[in-house]
Design a protein around this ligand. Sequence first.
Ligand code: COA
Length: 529
Amino acid sequence: MTDNRTFWLGEEETLTARQQEAIWPGGQKAIDRLAKRNKRPVRDLITDLIDPGTPFFELSLLAGFGMGYPGVEDVPCAGIVTGIGKIHGNWTMIMANDSRVKAGTYFPITLKKHMRAQAIAERCRLNCVYIADSGGVFLPMQADVFPDDQHFGSIFYNMARMSAKGQRQVTLSTGGNTAGGAYIVFMACESIMIDRQSFSFLGGPPLVKMATGEEISAEDLGGAKVHTGVSGGADHICQDQTEAIGRVRELLSLTAPQKVHLHRYQEQEPVTPLDSLYDVLAASPHQGIDGYAVLSAIADGSYFIEAKKNFAMGRGSNILTGKIRIKGLPVGVICSNGPGIIFHEAAKKVTEWVVRCSYEKIPLLFIQSAPGYMVGSESEHAGIGKYGADMVRAVSCAQVPRIQLVLGPDNGAANYGMCGRAYRPHFLFSTMRARTSVMSGKSAGGVLLSIEQAKRKKAGTPMTEEEIQEFQQKMIDKYDGEAHPFFCGARLLNDRVLRFSEIRDWLSVAFEVSLLNPIGEPTFGNFRF
Ligand code: COA
């Protein structure tokens, strides 16, 4: 076994451990508590909801760890399970509150995760299923989750707009849904409640008593019988979770079959096994990648048709451009190579390639391992700012589906040009090798050190050698921590941290889902050229 393989398998073990922590909040005790109420953990419900034997592609598993909210350090899985699965053959977005995490209430990260799932659904025209079991706003943080755009109200705004576009919004209520939680039931196109298990009300019994003096049970205030028989706020009543899941499937059974808007070739396994990534990717994330080896491991038949191979050799070739197929789907790639630093020639090459693929209506895959654009007078005078901006412009305006996969450093403006989060890639996947930050800890340490040294010199207390070392190390530790995929995953800066062995499966599903919406016509702003 190579040293690299041993290292990456070890790293992926830590990923597995973190994922397990996310999946089982509260351990067996929490499951027993659910069982006493005739309830099962949400992932069990999802397994029954999707087509038998098919996988559930769960998103943002690491969201919510180490957030340091008032009195709550971790919010496992952000308190909500989101992901894509097939229901009657159609890809569907599923969003399910996990009542084991603070009664499924919404922290800022819960909102971010819920709305990221809705954004994917809206863009890819997916029907949505909500499994609602939420106490609504996490009350100690109301100012951070209630009133603003992208706060609680935006969930319902999104539901309304998607339903207006013909995307079915189906809610199954499996527990107490109070205030905002209740709107997830009432805003749905169709909603299902479970007798004596689901409740929906704008204010629960304690609030009602305070506000009006009325004393009433949860069942009589907003139980399943009330909403299906009296208020009309819900449509179907079921006796238990199993019947209710069957009803959701039934409601989505006569939905038109989806169509992938791209020609598809016969799927082929890579000749170079995907597994070879464990050997060829260096253990240090700051070391460059061999773009050819990476493409060979992920492309059908290891087949890569390179574009502009000889252009500005050595400088243009820090990024490879060309086409591959992933499980039969043709994809334009922009892949870091070698040290990955982007020179102006590479920026020009990528711009041209992004525009060309947009006209051909071929989706794009950005494989990112770039520590930044080239700095210095030679580069500035040659127009790195201008050509880098053109690259960013092309990436921003391309109408084709775009997916980013981070395999190494992801720093500075290279994060922008290679379609980082701000450029709204349809999906953004990370790996244990990804490091996303404005610059490396070493560079940041150097910049801040020079500022600190100047300050201290002015004050007449120049830094000692020991203080310099300590200052630099502190910055390196801080940046390494914040660039790590766990830190980024916790804040939803990626949609999933993938094992190398999962890359092809996830890319294939992500492209397929992204192509359910027809590709728009190319429109680009003003290039400078
Ligand atoms: N804000 C903050 N914390 C909340 C909360 C809220 N809205 N709702 C519940 N919690 C917390 C509880 O304090 C408890 O914390 P703990 O585990 O540290 O003790 C945990 O979530 C579980 O709550 P619990 O009441 O034991 O769960 P349950 O399954 O018996 O009941 C609800 C769930 C949602 C019916 C019930 O908690 C409830 O009515 N909550 C208030 C809902 C509300 O009024 N929301 C208004 C939001 S706008």
